[in-house]
Ligand binder design. Structure first.
Ligand code: GCU
Length: 415
């Protein structure tokens, strides 16, 4: 018996050492001894010429810019060059909103091109009163600014996607009072106003960048996700000018397709102090290789408008990608990131969202944050750290359970 116990003991030690050394290697993660682990995920810590990235400086100088270019080239598309200027005007402000606890502000952001073609987008904000340092969550809403909170003073967004736009209908997804009570702010725009979510590039921001007779972005130029991400950065341009906002603590957040846009915005634009992805799934934070539910090819077929024209060449190439979504997550390092999923959301594939979070921690480790040990992700057991993650029990959504964890995360990581 004693003999068997010691063999077992040695075996366990051996297994734990081999897992550890695999996790610490800079090679692709294919060596992970887990059936969930897809093979041949591109290495984060190896540059395109084979150089192993060992320091944060090498990450920042070599690998991060290389990944930004790769992902922009292959997936999202470049922001077109063009002479488009931005102005802003505060249309409405109430310093005694929410029973005196908040400042409500409605700002019109206008883009104008050289031919005086314009586009305006409404930014709605609730800021906690009397605080100088506080996190603000910036993200798009799905159905119009008036749907996030039942406040009759919110200006109605234009009716563009035929959805029900009843005041406050999405307030479960936007717990404004809880956010304010926690000493945080929230800022949001209606995503269709920036770029309509349809296979038609004749309206929204796109035409402001067109050359004469151009009808759609060029193959290497932005699709919807990059356009929405750009809009978030433009909102950030505004927030930096607003003295009532703590622009150093803006967290970009989004759910589902708007989470896909938020993570790309946060990856690219380092002014965002943190990123939150809720159920962003395919072409969000989920690893595409061997993904369950919605695949990369399914996204190309159903939503060609979301990505650059060039991306279409990856149709049915899901197994052979030279990139994957953990690269987008890693580009956020060393800033805090929260990845939330839901147990019944197999379309987004929570295990592959976890995988991206896990893989990104080898980049965070260059900055002194802990490298995770790989384990099967557990439901309702949040991992809280610089890289935070949870799988809520239930459906594809962003709910008060998620928000409570986001609030704790924001206050802890952006002290
Ligand atoms: C569809 C799509 C997903 C997307 C979701 C949403 O389900 O397939 O990729 O995340 O819509 O945005 O709600």
């Amino acid at each position: 018996m004693k003999k068997y116990l010691s063999i077992l003991f040695v075996g366990i030690i051996f297994i734990s050492f081999s897992v550890k050394s695999d996790a610490q290697q800079n090679s692709p993660a294919a060596t992970q001894n887990d059936s969930l682990f897809p093979k041949n995920i591109p290495a984060l810590l190896m540059s395109s010429n084979g150089t192993i990235i060992k320091t944060k400086k090498e990450w920042e100088k070599i690998r991060r810019p290389e990944l930004a270019q790769l992902l922009e080239n292959e997936i999202y598309g470049f922001v077109p060059s063009g002479d488009v200027k931005m102005t802003s005007a505060v249309l409405e402000q109430d310093d005694n909103a929410l029973g005196g606890k908040a400042i409500r502000k409605q700002v019109k952001i206008t883009f104008t091109n050289a031919n005086n073609k314009t586009l305006s987008v409404a930014l709605l904000m609730y800021l906690p009163k009397g605080l100088k340092k506080f996190p603000t969550f910036l993200g798009y809403n799905f159905n119009g600014n008036e749907t996030i909170y039942p406040d009759p003073m919110i200006h109605a967004s234009p009716m563009m996607n035929g959805n029900n736009k009843q005041s406050g209908r999405d307030s479960l997804n936007w717990p404004v009072a809880t956010i304010i009570n926690a000493g945080c702010g929230v800022a949001t725009m209606y995503y269709w106003e920036l770029a309509p979510d349809k296979e038609d590039f004749s309206t929204g921001i796109y035409p402001l960048f067109y050359q004469p007779n151009q009808l759609a972005p060029l193959p290497n130029e932005w699709g919807g996700l990059a356009a929405w991400a750009w809009g978030l950065s433009k909102a950030m341009d505004y927030l930096q000018t607003d003295k009532q906002v703590d622009a150093k603590r803006v967290i970009v957040l989004g759910h589902s397709r708007l989470g896909k846009a938020a993570i790309w915005a946060g990856a690219k634009d380092q002014r965002f102090a943190g990123v939150i992805s809720s159920g962003s799934g395919a072409m969000g934070v989920s690893i595409s290789k061997s993904k369950k539910g919605e695949t990369l090819s399914a996204v190309i077929k159903r939503f060609p408008r979301w990505t650059a024209g060039n991306f279409k060449k990856y149709l049915n190439q899901d197994a052979n990608l030279p990139f994957d979504q953990h690269m987008v997550v890693a580009m956020v390092a060393p800033r805090p990131i929260y990845i939330s999923s839901a147990s019944e959301d197999q379309w987004a594939d929570p295990s592959h969202e976890y995988l991206s979070a896990y893989l990104s921690t080898e980049v965070y480790a260059l900055f002194g944050y802990p490298k995770w040990t790989y384990q099967a992700p557990k439901i309702q057991e949040p991992i809280q750290g610089r890289v935070s993650q949870h799988i809520r029990d239930g459906k594809h959504d962003i709910l008060p359970y998620d928000w409570n964890l986001f609030l704790t995360f924001a206050k802890r990581e952006l002290k």
